[in-house]
Design a protein around this ligand. Structure first.
Ligand SMILES: Cc1cc2nc3c(=O)[nH]c(=O)nc-3n(C[C@H](O)[C@H](O)[C@H](O)COP(=O)(O)OP(=O)(O)OC[C@H]3O[C@@H](n4cnc5c(N)ncnc54)[C@H](O)[C@@H]3O)c2cc1C
Length: 549
């Protein structure tokens, strides 16, 4: 059943639409290969609007129902998902519950540290990403809250101390609970869960634990995994999975990487009281973000007394010392300055993540990878094998949980609702949970100038009201980028407390095409930081024909 390779770019929407119509409107019938009725029976009516397929009467039962389409192909499932993280779980449970599809999912047994044999329903976001990371952020930020409270006159007898064991225990039981919730969501929707590592055998066959299952469509949602640079002593370094399981707050730590995971963990450790060395190769952290935001964020990070920033530095080697500490050598990324050597308890590599495609059997099915090792997909998330689809981090499009969910929802429309739908990656609001937080949606100033040439930039930097009394030096920065000819707001950025919460609302406005005039007509909420977004009246910079005037 191997696929014929074809050019995905050449696979037009019209063709996809007609193929989909043919497949989805075909008449299905059920053959129970075991159980009460061994003869073919007519399919019962399905809850979904247009999709007609079959599922076994009792989803948890081992009784295997086979779906058969008009051309006589028969499959165990309509959809088989490999990976029960954000993307796979959403696709599987909605395919089963909304469209009545017969669905299976493969996921590996639960473990907080991911490996080729271990994972767990919920995936990276729930078990070793967004959720535990945010719990760490909350836990670490109390240190500042205690200081701020003293600024307001609260008397805190003695130095507040953290019982790390209690926090870890509570965090772990929350993750276990969420893992159970994900399993119940799948099973409750009628999805058959196969515990084990799934591999693709061919265009319509998946193997789990030596058993094979056929499916009309296969979805690969295997996510990504942390990548460590190949330097001497890299085996001594931890990654984010380990950092989220660390049994003691380290006295000192080096976090390598200026991406969002690096700056978030550096903020966590520094707030927990660790002497934290944040190391990145560029002169500024957060490559790809608005330059002014990068500058402002770096300045704010440096205010934290526990934070030591090593910009334009590369890790060269790690040596484990007899006292158990790690000696980290940092080279200079862009000049001939001498190496720096620091001694820390832990080195955490936050040097990027790679799509999780190893030993999945993709070659056998003609599923191709792109230059970065991600699964190549067309605009509908179809791989180079027509019956195999991929969503989420494994496609390397935009590695965020809500994006994986959105890609799955679009795919379900394509596969089961006779409505070919492309995932829309424009104007997605996102946040960095560093200290301080960053929220952003749309274009950076640099991108907007390239795209529109005529741009108005509104900025505001201020000391938030809380800090006038708390004594904290922290400031907030807000920025609106407006395409001057249309007055459309094409970028919104914020660095400061509550940026993530505020940016979700701004994300709605930008997605709906809000103009600066419309923002100006909004009455603010006072007193708040957010009101600044509707009260910035005079541009800080006007750019015409690509040049500042
Ligand atoms: C430290 C960290 C913090 C993050 N913070 C945020 C954040 O704040 N906000 C945000 O939006 N995103 C965040 N992310 C990113 C987010 O977690 C991912 O974008 C999201 O989980 C991607 O979902 P996915 O379905 O593609 O993959 P995953 O959630 O990674 O799920 C893949 C699943 O596939 C399983 N699997 C892999 N191979 C197989 C196989 N062969 N057989 C069976 N199962 C298999 C894995 O065990 C896993 O459960 C963070 C990531 C990390 C690492």
């Amino acid at each position: 059943m191997n696929c014929v390779k074809h050019s995905i770019r050449g696979f037009s929407a019209a063709r996809l639409h007609s193929t989909n119509r043919l497949n989805q409107n075909a008449q299905f019938r059920t053959i129970h290969t075991a159980g009460r009725n061994a003869s073919a029976i007519a399919a019962p009516p399905r809850p979904g609007p247009r999709f007609s397929s079959t599922r076994s009467a009792s989803p948890g039962l081992s009784t295997m129902a086979t779906t058969v389409n008009a051309s006589g192909d028969s499959y165990d499932y309509d959809l088989f998902c490999i990976g029960a993280g954000s993307g796979g779980t959403r696709a599987a449970r909605m395919a089963a519950s909304t469209y009545g599809a017969k669905v299976a999912i493969a996921e590996m047994p639960y473990d907080p540290i991911a490996s080729d044999e271990k994972g767990g329903a919920g995936g990276t976001c729930v078990l070793r990403g967004c959720v535990p990371k945010k719990l760490f952020v909350y836990c670490s930020e109390y240190s500042e809250a205690f200081k701020d409270a003293e600024g307001f006159g609260w008397q805190i007898p003695g130095k507040p101390t953290l019982d790390w064991g209690t926090f870890l225990e509570k965090k772990n039981s929350e993750l276990k609970r969420l893992n159970g919730v994900y399993m119940r969501l799948l099973e409750g929707a009628g999805v058959e869960v196969h515990e084990g590592r799934g591999t693709v055998v061919d265009a319509h066959t998946v193997a789990v634990n030596g058993k094979t299952f056929t499916a009309k469509n296969i979805l690969i949602a295997t996510g990504g995994k942390a990548f460590k640079p190949d330097i001497e002593g890299a085996e001594h370094a931890i990654i984010s999975d380990h950092a989220l399981e660390i049994t003691e707050v380290p006295e000192s730590v080096a976090v390598i990487g200026g991406g969002y995971i690096g700056v978030e963990f550096a903020g966590i450790f520094a707030n927990l009281g660790s002497q934290t060395h944040l190391v990145y190769r560029q002169p500024l952290p957060l490559r790809g973000f608005d330059e002014e935001v990068r500058n402002f964020a770096a300045e704010q990070y440096a205010l934290n007394p526990g934070m030591h920033i090593h910009a334009s530095r590369n890790p060269k080697k790690i040596v484990k010392l007899p006292n158990g500490k790690l000696q980290l050598t940092l080279g200079c990324a862009n000049s001939a300055e001498p190496d720096e050597v620091i001694e820390v308890d832990h080195v955490m590599m936050a040097t990027g993540r790679k799509p999780n495609v190893g030993n999945l059997g993709l070659e056998g099915a003609g599923v191709e990878l792109d230059g970065r090792g991600a699964i190549k997909v067309d605009e509908y998330s179809r791989t180079t094998c027509p019956s195999i689809w991929a969503v989420g981090d494994v496609t390397g499009r935009m590695e965020l949980t809500p994006v994986a969910l959105m890609e799955s929802m679009a795919l379900l429309q394509t596969l089961f609702n006779d409505n070919p739908t492309k995932p829309d990656h424009t104007n997605i609001a996102t946040a960095v949970f560093s200290h301080p937080q960053i929220g952003t949606v749309g274009m950076s100033e640099e991108q907007a100038i390239k795209e529109f040439k005529n741009v108005d930039v509104y900025t505001s930097s201020f000391r938030p009201m809380r800090n006038t009394i708390s004594g904290s030096e922290g400031r907030t920065f807000m920025k609106l980028i407006v395409a001057a000819d249309s007055l459309k707001v094409v970028g919104v950025h914020m660095v400061g407390p509550d940026s993530a919460e505020i940016m979700q609302g701004m994300g709605v406005a930008v997605k709906m095409g809000v103009t600066k005039t419309q923002l100006d007509s909004v009455v603010g909420i006072h007193p708040s930081s957010a009101e600044e977004f509707v009260t910035m009246r005079s541009p800080s910079r006007t750019i015409r024909d690509g040049k500042q005037v």
